[in-house]
Ligand binder design. Structure first.
Ligand SMILES: [Zn+2]
Length: 454
């Protein structure tokens, strides 16, 4: 798992460069120019060259041999076969494949529903104080990064713990992936996101601040609250869900007027909207309202999938969640077990139809439904249903970056992009399961895991 790192390594390099630049300015102003020059030299970022037998840069579907990546500071400065610059620190990873850092477009880093005892797992958030949940979230974030996922879109959390976690990661307080996060998911009272299962006369029911709303104006308010407190993306429950007690899994839970208010408000703020949706009728309403992605999609018809292709709406299939809830179904209460089995039975057919139709697919797992750090299994679950290994890798890199709107920074290995780089053993196109155990992980130019290189 995580390699021990000296204390300073947790601080993103940009922060340290910023501090030394500040120091240099202060020193110059006080006339100590020689000391300033020395401080500058010390701050010059090291050049690292990564070598491996294979390279999949996610600009296309082919594998290159004998290429290397040159990294300076937090950026990739070159990818190719030219001789490494003199004085560079060379890390040779041997018979491995270098890839862009993986991107999971559907995580819940502050939650863990995967406990074998459903009630203990599911209600852990009620049993734990927010500060305690935040500490768990920091641990799950480290585990996710060590699994090769250097960017996540976190789609739903309580108590703004996800916003706190993202801010702490960005400040270098704790180590984790780049997070785009949604705060509370927006949904209707009694719907999939209204999880506060206490008598209303005993505990105040959730409202717009917690993402629960009825009517377009309340839903607009709910979106504004999440954005006010720092949401990068808006998550909605367009249909019922599996891991909630009262609601049917496939029926719409937001009206066209509510959906339109939510999407308009989010898009006005340049935030994308991710729609949790199993049911077909709900998906059509959400797509007509202008959502950017459909998450899960279990019961989508071919016509709806064609509509997604035509409008460029991404499918985030979360095969891992389907696999896990079906495996665990016996441990859930009967009404939830029945929903898990029905969704799982429909999902495989839908995924194959999406492949055939050519719907854009972005990798997403629903981590938190299963234990964090197993995200890489999603690649194999998608290829099991007929997706090519190269297409699965693109879904988990370039395509997910496009959905998140961060493709200018990450998602491919190209000069100028952020140095988020993973290596897996052997030729990844011959063994997609190698993605489940990366041998090397670099995030923002820092080595986070190195089990292979010298
Ligand atoms: Zn989810």
């Amino acid at each position: 798992m995580m390699q021990p790192q000296p204390e300073g390594r947790a601080v993103p390099r940009r922060t340290r460069v910023g501090l030394s630049a500040l120091l240099a300015v202060a020193v110059v102003l006080s006339g100590w120019t020689q000391i300033a020059a020395a401080a500058d030299a010390a701050a010059a970022p090291e050049v690292i060259v990564l070598r491996a037998a294979h390279l999949f840069d996610s600009t296309g579907v082919s594998l290159q041999s004998g290429a290397a990546i040159v990294v300076r500071g937090d950026r990739i400065v070159a990818v190719g076969t030219a001789a490494p610059p003199a004085g560079a620190h060379v890390i040779d990873l041997g018979d491995a494949t270098l890839l862009p850092g993986f991107i999971d477009a559907h995580t819940h880093l502050t939650l863990d529903f995967s406990d074998k005892d459903y009630y203990h797992g599911f209600y852990s958030r009620v049993m734990r104080f927010p500060a305690e949940q935040a500490l768990y979230g920091a641990m799950y974030a480290r585990r996710t990064l060590a699994a090769g996922f250097s960017t996540v879109r976190n789609v739903g959390a309580w108590d703004f713990i996800d916003i706190g976690l993202r801010n702490a990661i960005n400040a270098g307080v704790t180590e984790g992936p780049r997070m785009l996060t949604a705060a509370h998911g927006i949904g209707s009272p009694g719907g999939h996101f209204d999880n506060y299962s206490f008598p209303p006369d005993r505990v105040k029911p959730w409202g717009p601040i917690e993402g629960i709303c009825s009517g377009p104006e309340a839903c607009r308010e709910a979106v504004r609250y999440q954005m006010k407190w720092g949401a990068d993306v808006i998550k909605i429950a367009a249909s019922g869900g599996v891991l909630s007690e009262a609601d049917p899994v496939d029926v719409p839970q937001l009206t066209p007027e509510e959906l339109s208010a939510i999407v308009t408000e989010a898009h006005t703020w340049k935030r994308k909207v991710a729609a949790h949706c199993h049911g077909d009728a709900a998906a059509r309403l959400a797509i007509q309202a202008g959502v950017d992605s459909i998450e899960h999609g279990s019961f989508l018809s071919d016509d709806t999938l064609k509509m997604m292709k035509a409008k460029g709406v991404y499918l985030v299939p979360t095969r891992m969640a389907v696999y896990w809830v079906e495996k665990q179904a016996d441990t859930y209460p009967p009404q939830i077990a029945a929903k898990a089995r029905a969704a799982a039975a429909a999902h495989g057919r839908m995924f194959q139809a999406a492949l055939r139709i050519g719907v854009p697919i972005a990798f997403g797992t629903d981590a938190g439904v299963f234990p964090h750090g197993m995200n890489g299994m999603e690649f194999g679950l998608m290829t099991d249903l007929g997706m090519s290994p190269a297409a699965a890798l693109l879904a988990g890199t370039r395509e997910a970056a496009r959905l998140l709107g961060v493709d200018g920074e990450v998602g491919t290995l190209e000069a100028g992009k952020v140095a988020d780089i993973v290596a897996v053993s052997g030729n990844v196109l011959n063994d997609i399961h190698a993605t489940e155990h990366p041998v090397f992980v670099m995030h923002l130019g820092h080595v986070v895991v190195n089990k292979a290189g010298s």
